[in-house]
Design a protein around this ligand. Structure first.
Ligand SMILES: C[S@@+](CC[C@H](N)C(=O)[O-])C[C@H]1O[C@@H](n2cnc3c(N)ncnc32)[C@H](O)[C@@H]1O
Length: 284
């Protein structure tokens, strides 16, 4: 690690806590965009009634709650995240869905505070690449899994396959502003977007025969203004970069982004932004 890992962990914890209300606000859009990934991951672990499933870096627990219905009535899902704010949102979702076999735990994924071989399967959608030491998190995942238990995970593919993040970052850099998703040398959404790297991380943690695929996704927005608000609310990197600017600088970034989004914008003003994620399953 060539960066200050402790400082990164503190910054990341703070940033995700701050992002939690935005994730709750935009939950429906995030859920619709990411649903194919949740379904793939849950199918990959094939949850059985009576099992215990752990979701790491769960955010609002979208993926784990899909598994909750499949392990019911005797089985349970532990929805975990480092952010208490995210888990509050997850708890409210579980109540609204009437799920009574979901537990919520504040857990750091690099040191999972659970006993050895205590869960049957682990789910983690878009979490490992954000950790200071993803290898440690994967080793911890294997430690808490029962022998032959599966981990199913998603990490974003490389930035070039993800215009939803590349274009906002480009709008900043074209105006001489650093920052935005996918920039800098710290862990971030795209740092594991390489199949060979992902495979070796999974194997180095002791898992066998990882199977890796990619899934194409489409994020839909009603208008440019709605996309702008979503981006500010959901991406801490973009939020921080924009909040440091003057009004005229913000206007310039908005104008550049609007232009960059041209090819993805329909006559009615609606916007469709493609993306691509890697998904993997492996056995402990
Ligand atoms: C991109 S969001 C994904 C949320 C959710 N899994 C989803 O797919 O909607 C990343 C989540 O990872 C959590 N996270 C990041 N680093 C973590 C760590 N070291 N331990 C536990 N959670 C972490 C954040 O708090 C945040 O909720």
């Amino acid at each position: 690690m060539s960066f200050d890992a402790e400082r990164y962990r503190d910054d990341s914890a703070r940033a995700w806590e701050a992002a939690a209300p935005g994730w709750v606000r935009h939950h429906a859009r995030i859920g619709a965009w990411a649903a194919p990934v949740a379904h793939w991951l849950v199918e990959a672990i094939s949850p059985q009634p009576g099992q215990t499933v752990l979701e790491l870096a769960a955010g609002l627990g979208e993926t784990g709650m899909l598994a909750a219905e499949l392990v019911a009535p005797a089985g349970r899902v532990i929805v975990s995240d480092q952010s208490a704010g995210m888990l509050d949102g997850a708890r409210r979702r579980a109540e609204a869905l009437g799920l009574d076999n979901v537990e919520f735990e504040v857990l750091g994924a690099e040191w999972i505070d659970l006993p050895l071989a205590s869960v049957d399967a682990v789910l983690c959608r878009w979490g490992y690449m954000l950790m200071a030491d993803p290898g440690a998190a994967l080793s911890e995942t294997r430690r808490v899994l029962r022998p032959s238990g599966r981990v199913a995970l998603a990490v974003w593919d490389a930035l070039e396959h993800n215009p939803w993040a590349r274009l906002p970052t480009l709008a900043l850099s074209e105006n001489g502003i650093a920052g935005g998703p996918g920039s800098g040398d710290r862990p971030g959404p795209f740092t594991l977007g390489d199949r060979a790297l992902l495979r070796s991380l999974i194997e180095d943690a002791g898992f066998t025969e990882p199977h890796i695929e990619d899934i194409a996704l489409m994020r839909r927005h009603e208008s440019f203004d709605e996309l702008w608000e979503f981006q500010l609310d959901v991406s801490q990197a973009f939020h921080e970069a924009v909040m440091s600017l003057t009004e005229p600088e913000i206007a310039a970034v908005r104008a550049t982004l609007r232009e960059l989004l041209g090819p993805h914008t329909a006559a009615a003003g609606t916007i469709e932004l493609p993306g691509r994620t890697l998904v993997a399953v492996a056995e402990a």
